[in-house]
Write a protein that binds this ligand. Structure first.
Ligand code: ATP
Ligand code: MG
Length: 486
């Protein structure tokens, strides 16, 4: 956004002498003054996405070709904050009134009084500056109220929320990391609501939920007939999120082809729909999230390094709940009050034993797990306070290690490779041979598990083979191979 002294102004007037005179007069106060002698030329300049929008446009109402009203429309379309001052011939007041109705900021009558015109332009700029301030204040306010919903006093959480608020007004790409249920989506929402895009859409895409072609069509849209089953044109999420924020969740699960396409959008802000040729532009702000250590995926070659750098411009990390005891306690009490009220249960607190149990639990599902645990115990508790048993948490000893499990080492030892294979098989069985779920059980990326499965020669009839001979990920989902593949 330009400040008043570095305002961008466009003068549109077909009479050369007049146009130059006006431009010269305005250049005395403002340096950045463009000229256009026809409506079409003006509209082209207005729509040029490579440069900032104009702050003020001074346009003749009657022009050859596209007239001042068309210029006004194009300007409002590009940026509603652009103020348009129309110059009308003496006597065309009615048209001028109509133009004001269409959103012109002001009008001046010919023959021009240049001083009058300068005054109007200054006023238009002031108006725009105030609009900008109002927007900033509104965004700050929204940011504050959005952070009210983020409960917790730990330094880690405060730092994360502070950083989110600080980067919100910029267009910087943000990567939010943390285990499942730590509040990544909450932070993404805070960034959106505290930004100047708050009035625009916040569009969410879960990159792990869809197989490759469907994900690409979801992100970029497709033209009719782009692949089998594409009966109608579909607008992609990138288009939908224009003027707003696109939240790409579980970004670590993206296939290499989709990664390449996403990289291109981030680099050029350009893309096309599947099966389409028209180049589309997007100005969506990208916030992505992952619960996988993306650095590892980069090291193993599963995630493009160049894409990682693009996404990881600003990193906001949410530590697991077990490492944020202040938040654990604050959230437990918050959820207790909330559910006691919502479920109309006369419960006022926790017993000492229950608090110790909460502190000792490992919370693999983090805040989401705590949320569910408290909801359940508010329903189950008999007395006025929630007891340790009401929590129905495992009786694991306080302070146990992550997922503590001690296998018995046979007297003669065992081959580590065999153990690995047995664990992979066990996880696959437990998850009904859905690799995505098995990967989660083993806390590795889907890609890594897939690699291990191939290396170990494990097969399952439910897995279709694709060209690379690699089991199709998420074997339960069957899709048509579209143009997005290969
Ligand atoms: N600090 C917090 N204050 C209040 N509620 C929270 C906080 N952190 C998380 N929550 C709540 O916990 C739940 C899980 O949070 P969220 O969906 O943001 O997690 P996530 O990190 O995106 O998880 P996943 O990786 O599984 O998608 C939500 O209901 C969210 O509102
Ligand atoms: Mg999430």
């Amino acid at each position: 956004m330009s400040s008043a002294d570095r305002a961008r102004i466009l003068v549109v007037e077909d009479n050369d002498t007049l146009r130059r005179g006006v431009a010269r007069a305005l250049r005395e106060s403002w340096s950045d003054v463009d000229e256009a002698s026809a409506g079409g030329d003006a509209i082209e300049r207005i729509r040029d996405g490579c440069v900032e929008s104009y702050d003020v446009i001074v346009s003749d109402l009657r022009l050859p070709g596209s007239d001042g009203v068309a210029v006004l429309r194009a300007a409002r379309e590009r940026d509603p904050r652009t103020s348009v001052v129309l110059m009308t011939a003496y006597g065309s007041i009615e048209t001028a009134v109509e133009a004001m109705r269409l959103g012109a900021f002001d009008f001046v009558q010919k023959p021009l009084d240049l001083e009058q015109l300068e005054l109007r332009v200054a006023r238009a700029l002031e108006h725009r500056r105030l609009l900008h301030e109002v927007n900033v204040l509104r965004a700050e306010q929204a940011g504050r109220s959005a952070s009210d919903e983020i409960i917790g006093d730990s330094a880690a959480l405060r730092d994360a929320a502070d950083l989110a608020r600080r980067v919100a007004p910029t267009r910087s790409t943000v990567l939010v990391t943390g285990e499942t249920g730590t509040g990544k989506e909450l932070i993404a929402a805070l960034i959106h609501r505290a930004s100047m895009r708050a009035e625009g859409p916040l569009v969410k895409v879960n990159c792990a939920a869809l197989p490759e072609t469907l994900l690409e069509s979801e992100l970029f849209g497709h033209e009719r007939g782009a692949f089998t089953g594409a009966d109608a044109r579909r607008i992609g999420r990138f288009e939908e999120a224009s003027g707003g924020t696109l939240f790409l969740d579980e970004i670590g699960d993206m296939s290499p082809t989709t990664q390449a396409k996403l990289l291109r959008v981030l680099q050029e802000q350009e893309f096309h729909r599947l099966g389409g040729t028209r180049v589309l532009r997007t100005d969506a702000r990208i916030v992505s999230a992952t619960n996988q250590p993306l650095e590892d995926s980069v090291a193993s070659g599963d995630f493009r390094e160049d894409l990682f750098f693009r996404l990881n411009v600003i990193r906001i990390h949410l530590p697991p709940l077990r490492e944020r005891c202040e938040d654990l306690m604050a959230l437990a009490h918050h959820f207790l009050q909330r559910f006691a009220k919502e479920l109309d249960r006369p419960i006022r607190g926790f017993t000492e034993e229950a608090l110790a149990r909460l502190r000792g639990h490992h919370w693999p599902g983090n805040v989401r797990e705590l949320h569910n645990t408290i909801e359940r115990s508010v329903l189950l508790a008999d007395g006025p306070r929630i007891g340790a048993d009401d929590l129905s948490l495992s009786n694991a000893p306080v302070g146990r290690e992550p997922g503590a499990w001690t296998p018995d080492l046979p007297p003669d030892g065992v081959s580590l490779a065999d153990v690995e294979r047995l664990l992979v098989l066990a996880a696959l069985r437990r998850s009904g041979y859905v690799q995505k779920d098995a990967a989660r059980l083993l806390q590795v990326s889907r890609r890594k598990l897939n690699y291990m499965i191939q290396r170990m020669g494990i097969t399952h009839p439910g897995w279709r083979r694709n060209r690379g001979g690699e089991p199709k990920r998420g074997a339960k989902v069957r899709t048509e191979a579209g143009p997005g593949e290969g």
